[in-house]
Design a protein around this ligand. Structure first.
Ligand SMILES: Nc1ncnc2c1ncn2[C@@H]1O[C@H](COP(=O)(O)OP(=O)(O)O)[C@@H](O)[C@H]1O
Ligand SMILES: [Mg+2]
Length: 383
């Protein structure tokens, strides 16, 4: 641990030596052999480095996604070496690898859990329960000790503030147009959750100019200190506006009901997501099932077509039963898990919250999924 801290300190001190056009070596070692590949740095970002596809004896060696490599850069003061993870491979227009920046490991190792996880909640078809689920999942997670911010990016009419009977003073529009900071526009919800309203800023969000996007993105980076998990309640469907948020998020929860139209629309959306990124972390949530058996059947249907036609394994994170208490809570403008904590739907939501937290614990070293990555992807998608 001390060694690691020292070498990280060394990297931070000599960070300037990690720059474009630097030659580097990649060492791959297993029990049997040690390979040394040659590459060159093409671009350096805060959290990633882009390098040319490594080669040996003039042959390109396309390394596996997510594999760990040792990188050695010839610095002025001797070699700088660090471990990195391969996040992405691209072959066109030129073959490159995107790897983690060593500083990024620093953030993870030194202050664990400092980076927020970004989870989008979406659906193929509207009216399937996204807003309800976002709010109640947020509260359930908050009750488990997580700091939660919910970003209401659904441009529909049934907004989170209405569902909870709250009147936010500011929205994203004030952040973009009126020089407000994120901490000014964020408002308090039940049980310690924090909320951000898209409000009338919704239209602006979709047609942002460069400087507006910059403000928005700088605002988002303020969230890093406030949230363990950022939940985004997106609109339904496959328009650009929605998919930009989806493509940028680390994880996507797709909400579907057992109705055939909801199932086919979910499949259409999954297809769009997978076409953009084959290995996206897509989680399926079944809402409004009559019973566990119906939820299972719905999940199986989608799992089967995704497996057969898209060649992906869908993660099912749980189900929520059809429950009259949901519409009671809506009429009372209170959250279901607050007013009806023992209802069947609340129990389903708590199980899903538990699953979400546990699925993360198993992937603790998954250090590229965080707010920084989200912001970087969002920037490139909108520009
Ligand atoms: N599990 C459920 N049981 C009963 N009604 C539900 C359930 N989930 C959602 N609803 C109903 O569906 C309606 C739409 O939910 P909402 O969260 O606004 O969907 P979306 O955000 O996807 O448009 C709500 O008014 C609510 O009454
Ligand atoms: Mg909604």
């Amino acid at each position: 641990m001390v060694d690691q801290a020292n070498s990280l300190r060394e990297i931070v001190k000599r960070e300037k030596e990690i720059k474009e056009n630097q030659k580097l070596k990649i060492i791959i070692e297993d029990e049997k052999e040690r390979k040394e590949l040659a590459s060159r740095i093409r671009a350096v970002y805060d959290d990633t480095i882009i390098i040319s596809m490594p080669a040996m004896d003039n042959y390109l060696i396309p390394l596996e996604n997510l594999s760990s490599i040792k990188v050695i850069i010839n610095g002025n003061d001797g070699d700088i070496s660090f471990f990195a993870k391969i996040l992405e491979r691209k072959f066109a227009p030129v073959p490159i690898l995107v790897i983690t920046h060593p500083n990024h490991f620093r953030g993870i190792n030194v202050s664990k859990n400092r980076s927020s996880r970004v989870v989008a909640i979406t659906s193929g078809k509207g009216g399937v329960g996204k807003t309800n689920i976002s709010v109640n999942l947020a509260i359930a997670l908050s009750q488990m000790g997580k700091r939660i911010v919910v970003f209401d990016a659904d441009l529909g009419l049934a907004n989170i503030d209405v569902a909870l009977g709250l009147k936010p003073k500011y929205s994203v529009a004030d952040l973009i147009k009126n020089n407000k900071k994120m901490r000014d526009i964020i408002y308090d919800g039940p049980m310690g959750i924090k909320l951000i309203a898209a409000g009338s800023g919704a239209d602006e969000l979709l047609n942002m100019k460069d400087w507006e996007l910059n403000r928005f993105i700088m605002g988002l980076s303020e969230l890093e200190d406030m949230a363990d998990i950022i939940l985004i309640d997106t609109g339904a469907g496959i328009s650009n506006k929605v998919t930009n948020f989806l493509f940028a998020s680390d994880e996507i929860i797709i909400v579907t009901t057992p109705e055939p139209t909801s199932i086919t629309d979910s499949y259409a959306l999954i297809k769009v997501i997978v076409r953009n990124e084959k290995n996206k972390d897509i989680k399926l949530l079944i809402n409004r099932a009559e019973n566990e058996k119906e939820a299972q059947k719905t999940a199986d249907k989608l799992r089967l077509v995704c497996d057969r036609f898209l060649n992906i394994k869908l993660n099912v994170i749980g189900y929520i039963l059809e429950d009259k208490n949901i519409s009671k809570a809506i009429k009372e403008q209170k959250a279901l898990v607050v007013n009806y904590p023992n209802s069947e739907a609340s129990q389903g939501i708590r199980k899903i919250a538990q699953y979400l937290v546990e699925s993360r614990n198993q992937k603790e070293d998954n250090n590229y999924s965080n707010l920084n990555g989200f912001i970087r992807r969002l920037r490139s998608l909108f520009s």
